[in-house]
Design a protein around this ligand. Structure first.
Ligand SMILES: NC(=O)c1ccc[n+]([C@@H]2O[C@H](COP(=O)([O-])OP(=O)(O)OC[C@H]3O[C@@H](n4cnc5c(N)ncnc54)[C@H](OP(=O)(O)O)[C@@H]3O)[C@@H](O)[C@H]2O)c1
Length: 378
């Protein structure tokens, strides 16, 4: 395992972090899912025994069960071996008192007296403005002084401008962003990553495999990787890309099986900053181009077409369609489009008023595309 200094905290952090969001599950008697606690504990402890020292959970993961399992799995001396992170469910904060109530509830669920890192979870511009109004800095300072949290950060899902606004608003110890070789121009973007680096704020990466999709490439991309000759797998390339940036401290993976834990530990023996050659970077750029060439509809999700008078969720539909083609997952198109239908935003509601096409900066044939997708997704 490789370790790097973690910004100004004084800690050395393992480059592979354990994400507690995609743990193995089993069916309860009533048919609902629960974490397979025995296996999840075995996996986490194995990872820690092999050198992982950063563990990332949150209030909402696994319907609230992740924090409980994390606390249980870190018994028997494991708590002291790791830097433990959880996250404030900011969507439940409506008044200043909520901060303390939620943090205390989380410490109780985890059965720990303090968190090494507490993140304001899944911030977007609107949520951050709310927390500013509700005096988030006062809460953070108090919780640091009374010892419930040691360091503070935020996890992020919005655009670059919002990321820069948040980074500049407080003296953060870390920021957590979605980053992988397909998303380096989305959300915080490469520029945001560099900016945080200049300010000495370490980055924790989430979704380095795009939630698993980059581990299951379509055949043409598998063939391309095989022809490259190094024998590296899709997982190797994805982790190595993210880990090449010195601004990135820890890379979280939500591992669902023991085999994945072992495989990722193997890869992270060699994930070092600034270690990829120019040729390897060029190869990853080719992989990205191949994925992007599979995109069917050139929607950039600018949202100019929204709101549609009929409620058709145009960017969401195009996003689902494109992802299904990028990763060659026709089944995903059906079930994810089914979700749009359930939400009452599918293409069958289109009355062809053309309002969307008139404002689309990409001049996309939206009406025809919606018809095609609706037919294909049945
Ligand atoms: N703060 C936030 O808003 C937020 C949002 C997302 C995530 N997170 C955190 O970041 C962590 C990492 O994100 P993520 O879980 O999306 O990471 P990820 O690494 O992009 O995706 C994890 C998935 O990749 C697949 N995988 C992992 N290792 C593999 C291997 N060696 N071979 C094949 N497949 C492999 C598994 O999917 P399958 O088993 O399905 O194949 C696994 O569930 C999360 O667990 C969570 O702690 C935070």
């Amino acid at each position: 395992m490789q370790y790097v200094p973690f910004g100004k905290t004084g800690h050395q952090v393992s480059r592979l972090g354990f994400g507690m969001m995609r743990l193995p599950t089993m069916k309860k008697a009533d048919g609902s899912d629960q974490i397979d606690r025995e296996e999840a504990t075995r996996m986490l402890r194995y990872g820690i025994d092999q050198g992982i020292n950063y563990v990332d959970t949150a209030y909402g993961y696994h319907n609230g069960e992740s924090e409980i399992l994390t606390g249980l799995a870190l018994k028997d001396g494991y708590r002291e071996k790791v830097l433990l992170t959880s996250k404030l469910p900011q969507w439940l904060v409506n008044k200043e008192d909520d901060y303390d109530r939620l943090l205390d509830e989380q410490l109780k669920k985890l059965d720990v007296s303090y968190l090494d890192f507490y993140l304001l979870h899944a911030l977007n511009g609107e949520a951050f403005t709310k927390l500013q109004r509700l005096n988030y800095k006062k809460f953070i300072e108090k919780a640091k002084v009374d010892g419930r949290i040691r360091h503070i950060g935020f996890s992020f899902h919005d655009d670059k401008a919002e990321f820069l606004r948040m980074i500049d608003d407080y003296d953060w110890d870390l920021a957590q962003i979605q980053f992988n070789y397909l998303d380096d121009e989305n959300q915080a973007t490469m520029e945001g990553l560099m900016y945080a680096g200049e300010k000495g704020i370490p980055i924790v990466v989430m979704e380095p495999l795009r939630g698993g999709a980059l581990a299951r490439p379509p055949q043409e991309i598998t063939d391309l990787m095989a022809s490259q000759g190094s024998g590296r797998t899709a997982v190797d390339w994805a982790f190595r890309y993210v880990g090449d940036f010195p601004q990135v401290a820890t890379i979280l993976s939500g591992m669902s099986t023991m085999d994945q834990v072992k495989d990722n530990l193997r890869v992270f023996e060699e994930v070092k900053p600034n270690s990829l050659t120019r040729e390897e970077h060029a190869f990853i750029a080719t992989l990205k181009q191949r994925y992007l060439a599979r995109v069917k509809v050139g929607c950039t999700a600018c949202n100019y077409c929204q709101p549609c008078p009929q409620g058709v969720q145009i960017p969401r539909i195009f996003g689902i369609y494109n992802e299904a083609y990028m990763f060659d997952q026709p089944q995903a198109l059906k079930w994810r489009y089914g979700g749009v239908m359930k939400d009452g935003g599918d293409g069958s509601l289109c009355v062809e008023c053309g309002q969307c096409e008139a404002v689309c900066p990409q001049q996309l044939p939206i009406i025809e595309s919606l018809k095609t997708i609706h037919a294909e997704a049945q």
